[in-house]
Structures are given as structure tokens and as C-alpha cells.
Design a protein around this ligand. Structure first.
Ligand code: ADP
Ligand code: MG
Length: 747
């Protein structure tokens, strides 16, 4: 007969074994569906964007004058005439209904970081003459343009008192509408901004739109001074590479920490992690390829131009990257990408973990934001060109960008602060928590030469001597890369690599755009002065020289992971903000955030509200993690150790020889120490939490958490992980790292 201990053991071990077995079964079902729907031959280009309704579709479907009115509205930022709104709404409805859509929703980006939607059916009841009731489909211009979700449940950071708790959503015509398909129906999503009664931004999209506007205005002024007199518009471009983990759903079902927090709060690293460096760019497991194919298929229909897929550094970590697009659309598309990744994973029996640090001891996930600017001719302003003028413009825009990062490094750091990202930044896997810019040796040489006021010498490789103005001709072939830099130039764009994988990119991008817009403004003013004394090209070169000199400290080409860099950065006076609470402080510094106000991207009131929301989210997120950790320790880890104790004690009593019994005693002693540690750290932790929670001051709680609770939670985790390493595998109830991370290699 089974003893109680044996049956308990078999429950724990069986659950894990079953999860593992099902994790390695290959699934093929979804693939067939993809082929059925469009036939084998159908190229992507044929169905790309078929579930979207943007300007291209509007041009096709709208009456001519309605379309030109809409364009005017977009260009001049005017109110959409009522008749035009009705015409647009009617075209949208016709299109949506032929696609089988029954509902519509205003899709917006509240400050919680994710997206929100409230669905309404198209149907309405019509009263006919004979007081008969008839159900018809209706969609009005008003419904398209404006919505009023019950805003009181979304965070406003104290900006709305209850008596004016209203929030409004308004259609953003610059981003295409799209249809989300679920098994039993389809919903039309209308991208919108979300704002309060007095026009305060309650979302992340509004500041982004304001920031692209700010760059365009300030950038055009600057380029005109440079001689590009016909420039009308500057757009910012973004390509956001998205990293993520995939873990079988059955493992997640057995891990309360993954369910509640999106990351493992305990777990001893597997013997085999990423040491062999065999995962990055390795062959993608078949199950995962099938998942990726479905993700891409769904995203192509939604008009998201996914280009690249590959394995990432850690086992079970992957990446996908789109072709870059206009900032606003790219930002919406990244949110959609995250949604589709999560939804499709579930269909494949997987869970997509977007968290920055789901597993200790292997790399976490980031989202590299490839950022650049283009003029209305589509020319990339950060791309060295073929003509002396293009190169001068390139150098000037590069200098403007360096100045933006130099002047606002602290706020840029704050823009990427989150509890999840705290695990990455500075952890020798992601850029450090110090913002610096990497340019590559070629550009470094060029800037140093300019800085030294020397004549640029022609070298075959990179520079040509243009006589008077000494404008370098920069080779486009950049080969050197620096993985350790948070803000790296990669040939024709900057890559903001420190952004976290869960983040809405609209947040860091609006702050970067604002910084660049402010820098354009200042550089324009200085250039105007220089132009009074010098010829244009010489004045521009002088400005570049001055800015290069002033911003030298922000440039760093060495190893960002090294301790020397931390010391050096300190010497240079660069902000070193290691944690979210330290970074968030920057939002309270009115001088540091003034550029956001000057560029009309955020008001001080909006900055204040964002600060409060970030503090609150930090406290809530970590409170949840801490409670979940306690629950795991008390109801999983300690009981498993107790079982091990019972087994050990029985075994010990049965050992015949004294000599062996003596040796065996070390096992008992070790387990005793481990149990003692877990219980001791647990008690300390609970005591600290109780004490901290007595305070209702959120900022104080935030400081308690970062200074005391977090370090203590790491101690408790370490004790639990020691236990995992000594408790019999069959007694351990939580799926182990090796199972969760390596199962995919067999699938
Ligand atoms: P890399 O190897 O330098 O990362 P890729 O060509 O793979 O270069 O590009 C990475 C990402 O950068 C892609 O999403 C790509 O579309 C994007 N990208 C390329 N050019 C630009 C640009 N001008 N602006 C913004 N993103 C860009
Ligand atoms: Mg890249």
C-alpha cells in the first residue's frame, strides 16, 4: 500500500511529468487552417492588410470630396465636417459588415500600459410607422469620432476629481482601423486617443502624437536654416524588435507565480541554460515555427509588416521584428503584435511571456526601438548621403540627436523605468541603467576630428575632402556593433535598446521625440546667430563642432557592462539611476522635465499624474510579487522540504552501518540548514511587509520596497532555490527551469 508521502510525491511528480509530455507533443492543427483559407499559392502581398481600413481604403471607398475633406482635416488638424464624418462612417460600416463584423470598439491606450476596448454592436432598433420594431445595422459619424467610456476605472494620477470623471475617446484617423477575429465573431477596432474633460491626456497615444508633431515643427525650422527651404514635414520612424518567451501552458498551470506575475519568483537555474550559446539564431523548433507562422499570418492581415523571426539568446526566448513604419502606426502595431503573440500562443497550447525577466540566470527580454527621422521626400535624416549637402544635414541631425540625449539622459532613463526592467538594466545582459550613445569607430573619428577643429582628411574608406567646408563623406557600411549600449547608432538610425519588452513604446518614444524637438529648437536659435557671422555651410559646421564638444560625455564606445564604465560615468557626471524609484524621481524635477512642456508634449500636470501612476504601479506590482512569493514559500516550498525531511529521517534510521550513517548525517544537516533559512527569511520578510504596509504614503512605500523589501525578497528566493536543489525531484511541485525552458527544444 502507498504511504501518504508516496502518493503526495506521485502527485507532484506526475503533474510535472504530464505537463512535460504534453509540452513535447507536436501540434500541427493551425497550419492547415492557414493554407485552407488562402490556398497554397497566395502570396502575403495579396492578403496583407485585408483586415484594415486606412487612408488607402478610404481613398478607394469614399466619395471624392469626402476623401479630400478628410485629408484636409488630417493636414490642418481641423474638425471633421459632420457630412464627411457620416460619409466615412458609412463607408466603414459597409466594409466591416461585408467582412462579417458585428461590433465596433474605440481602442485606446490608458496609462496602465496596455490597451482597452469597450465593444458595442452595430445594431439599433428602428421604430417603423406602424410601431413595429426593426433591428438594423447603424454606425454614425458621431460613433466613429467620439466615445465616452466610463473613465473612472482608468488611472488618471489624480487629474480627475470625481465630479468631472468623464473621459473621452476620439478617433485617430492617422492610424488604420482594424478587425479583430475571435472564434465566434469579429470586432472593428477604432484607434483613438483618450483624454479628460479639460483636454488632459489620459493615455499614451496623445503624447506620442504631440511629440511627432513637435519634431516635425522644430525639425522643419532647423532644416530650412540648413537650406532645405521646401521641407514641409518631418516624420519619425520606428521599427520595434520584440523579444518574448514561450512556455507550455501546462507548466504555467502549475506555476502560481507565472499566472499572477508573469515571471518565476522562485526557481533554481538549470544546469543547462544559455552557456553553450547555441540558441541564438539556432534552428527554430517546429512547434514554435508553426506558432510564428500563425502570428505572422494574423499580423499580415492586420497590416503589420513583420519581417524577421529568430531564436534569442535564452532557451525558449524568441524575437520578431517588423519593417519600420511611421512612428504612430508602428507604435499601434507593436501593441497589436503583443496582443496577437499572447492570443496565438494560447491557441498553440503555449503562454507567451512578455515580461522583462521571466527566468533568473538567463537573459531577459527587451524591445529594441529603432528610431530615425525622415523628410517628406522620404529621405532618412540620419543616413549619410551622396552629396555634400546630405552629409552636412546628416552631421547636423546627428549632433541634434546627441544633444537631445545628452541634455535629457535622466528623463530618458525614467521613460524606461518599470519593475520588470529593473531586473534587466545593468544586469550584464541588457544595457546599463546609464544612458549613453554609441556611434561606432568611424563616426567617433569623424566627430573627434571635428571637435579638435582639425581639417578632415580624406581617407579612402570614409571621408572625402570637399575643400573649404571639409564635409565628410561618411561610408554607409557600418560593421561595428555594441550590444552593451543603451542608445546605439546602427548606420542610419539609432537603436534605443534599453526599452523593456512589455512596455508601450509610445512612452519612451514620445519622450525621445520631445527631447529631439527641444534640441532642434535650441540648435535653430544658435544657428540663426551663427548665420549672422558666417556663410551657411560654415555656420552649420561650427554649430556641429560646438554641439559635438558639449555632448562629448554622452558618447561611450566601450563595454557598458564593465565596472570601469560605472566609475567613468560617475566621473563624467552622467545620471546613474539603478532602480525605478530612483529614475521616477526625475519626473518630479521641473527643470529636468521642462523640455516636455516646452515642446507641448506633456503639461506639468500631466507629468505629475504620470509620476503618481508610475509610483502606484510600482508599489502594486511589487506588493503582488511579494505576496505571491510568500504564498509559494509557505504552501509549496516548505511543505516539500517537510516531505523530504520525513523521507530522510526514515532512511537515516534504516542505515545499517555507523560510518554511512555518519556521512548521511550531512544530508540531514544541510536540509536542516535550508529549512531554517527559508523559515527565517520568510518570517523576516513578513515582518517587514507588515511594517511597511502600515504606511499609506505611496512614496514612502516605494522607498521601503526598493530599500528593504526587495533585498529581503531576494534572500527568501535564494533560500527557496537552495531547497529546490536538495529536495527530491519527486517531491518538488513546481515545474523546474530545465523543464519549462528546454521542453521546446524537443517539440
Ligand atoms: P540591424 O541589423 O541594424 O538591427 P535591421 O535591418 O535588422 O538592422 O533593422 C532592425 C530594425 O530597424 C527593423 O525593424 C528595421 O525596419 C528598422 N529600421 C531600419 N531602418 C530604419 C529607420 N530609418 N527608422 C526606423 N527603423 C528602421
Ligand atoms: Mg537590431
Amino acid at each position: 500500500m502507498q504511504t501518504q508521502n508516496e502518493s503526495a510525491a506521485s502527485t507532484a511528480a506526475n503533474a510535472r511529468l504530464n505537463a512535460f509530455k504534453s509540452a513535447i507533443e507536436t501540434r500541427t492543427n493551425s497550419i492547415a487552417k492557414i493554407k485552407d483559407q488562402f490556398g497554397k499559392e497566395s502570396p502575403i502581398s495579396e492578403y496583407f492588410g485585408c483586415m484594415t481600413f486606412g487612408l488607402a481604403q478610404m481613398r478607394e471607398k469614399l466619395p471624392k470630396d469626402a476623401y479630400s475633406n478628410l485629408l484636409k482635416t488630417l493636414e490642418q488638424g481641423k474638425k471633421l465636417p459632420k457630412e464627411t464624418a457620416e460619409a466615412v462612417a458609412s463607408a466603414i460600416k459597409e466594409w466591416a459588415i461585408t467582412k462579417g463584423v458585428t461590433h465596433y470598439c474605440h481602442w485606446f491606450q490608458p496609462m496602465t500600459g496596455s490597451t482597452a476596448e469597450k465593444h458595442d454592436a452595430f445594431i439599433t432598433i428602428q421604430h417603423s410607422n406602424h410601431s413595429e420594431l426593426r433591428v438594423i445595422e447603424r454606425f454614425t459619424g458621431g460613433q466613429l469620432i467620439q466615445g465616452e467610456p466610463d473613465a473612472s476605472s482608468f488611472p488618471s494620477g489624480g487629474m480627475r476629481s470625481t465630479f468631472e470623471a468623464r473621459g473621452y475617446t476620439a478617433w485617430d484617423p492617422s492610424s488604420p482601423l482594424f478587425i479583430i477575429e475571435e472564434g465566434n465573431g469579429k470586432t472593428l477596432c477604432i484607434p483613438t486617443v483618450f483624454f479628460g474633460y479639460h483636454g488632459q491626456a489620459l493615455d499614451n497615444k496623445t503624447p506620442l502624437l504631440r511629440s511627432t508633431e513637435a519634431i516635425s515643427t522644430a525639425g522643419c525650422e532647423f532644416l530650412k536654416l540648413l537650406g532645405d527651404v521646401d521641407v514641409k514635414k518631418i516624420s519619425t520612424t520606428l521599427g520595434a524588435e520584440q523579444e518574448y518567451f514561450l512556455v507550455d501552458k501546462n507548466f504555467v498551470a502549475l506555476r502560481p507565480d507565472l499566472i499572477m506575475t508573469g515571471r518565476t519568483l522562485v526557481g533554481s537555474p538549470a544546469a543547462r541554460g544559455q552557456q553553450l550559446e547555441d540558441h541564438y539564431f539556432g534552428a527554430i523548433p517546429s512547434r514554435i515555427t508553426q506558432f510564428m507562422q500563425e502570428v505572422e499570418f494574423e499580423l499580415y492581415k492586420l497590416g503589420v509588416p513583420i519581417k524577421t523571426r529568430h531564436n534569442e539568446v535564452a532557451p525558449s526566448q524568441f524575437e520578431l521584428a517588423p519593417i519600420f513604419e511611421d512612428m504612430n502606426i508602428a507604435s499601434d502595431h507593436n501593441l497589436l503584435t503583443m496582443e496577437v503573440l499572447k492570443r496565438t500562443a494560447l491557441k498553440h497550447g503555449l503562454v507567451c511571456l512578455l515580461h522583462e525577466k521571466p527566468f533568473a540566470g538567463v537573459n531577459g527580454s527587451g524591445k529594441h526601438n529603432n528610431w530615425s527621422m525622415a523628410n517628406d521626400k522620404g529621405e532618412n535624416l540620419l543616413e549619410p548621403g551622396n552629396t555634400p549637402h546630405q552629409n552636412l544635414r546628416f552631421l547636423a541631425c546627428l549632433a541634434v540627436t546627441l544633444k537631445a540625449v545628452h541634455d535629457n539622459a535622466a528623463v530618458l532613463r525614467a521613460a524606461i523605468a518599470s519593475p520588470g526592467n529593473d531586473h534587466r538594466l545593468g544586469a550584464n545582459e541588457a544595457p546599463p541603467a546609464i544612458i549613453s550613445a554609441f556611434l561606432g569607430s568611424l563616426l567617433e573619428d569623424i566627430l573627434n576630428t571635428i571637435d579638435a577643429g582639425k581639417t578632415l582628411k580624406a581617407t579612402e574608406q570614409s571621408i572625402i575632402d570637399l575643400g573649404v567646408n571639409k564635409i565628410p563623406n561618411v561610408s554607409k557600411d557600418y560593421t561595428d556593433r555594441n550590444r552593451t549600449s543603451p542608445f546605439a547608432f546602427t548606420g542610419n538610425k539609432f537603436e534605443f535598446r534599453a526599452v523593456g519588452s512589455t512596455q508601450n513604446v509610445a512612452v519612451p518614444m514620445s519622450i525621445l521625440n520631445a527631447a529631439v524637438a527641444a534640441s532642434f529648437k535650441e540648435c535653430s536659435a544658435r544657428l540663426k546667430d551663427l548665420l549672422k557671422k558666417k556663410k551657411r555651410d560654415e555656420a552649420v559646421m561650427e554649430l556641429v563642432r560646438q554641439v559635438v564638444k558639449e555632448t562629448k560625455h554622452i558618447r561611450f564606445s566601450g563595454n557598458g557592462y564593465s565596472d570601469e564604465w560605472k566609475a567613468e560615468a560617475k566621473k563624467r557626471g552622467l545620471p546613474i539611476l539603478n532602480t525605478t524609484p530612483a529614475a521616477l524621481e526625475m519626473f518630479k524635477d521641473k527643470k529636468k522635465t521642462q523640455f516636455l512642456v516646452d515642446t507641448n508634449v506633456l503639461t506639468q500636470e500631466e507629468i505629475g499624474s504620470r509620476y503618481h501612476i508610475a509610483v502606484e504601479r510600482y508599489v502594486k506590482t511589487l506588493d503582488i510579487e511579494h505576496l505571491a512569493l510568500i504564498e509559494l514559500a509557505e504552501t509549496y516550498v516548505v511543505p516539500a522540504i517537510e516531505k523530504q525531511f520525513a523521507a530522510l529521517a526514515a532512511a537515516h534510521a534504516a542505515i545499517p552501518s555507523k560510518a554511512t550513517a555518519k556521512l548521511h548525517e550531512t544530508r540531514l544537516n544541510t536540509l536542516d540548514t535550508v529549512l531554517g533559512n527559508v523559515l527565517m527569511e520568510l518570517e523576516k520578510f513578513k515582518g517587514m511587509i507588515d511594517k511597511s504596509k502600515k504606511s499609506h504614503d505611496e512614496e514612502k512605500r516605494m522607498r521601503d520596497i526598493v530599500d528593504q523589501l526587495q533585498p529581503q525578497s531576494f534572500k527568501l528566493r535564494a533560500a527557496c532555490d537552495q531547497a529546490e536543489n536538495i529536495v527530491a525531484d519527486e517531491f518538488w511541485p513546481l515545474p523546474k527551469y530545465r523543464e519549462m525552458l528546454l521542453a521546446n527544444t524537443l517539440a
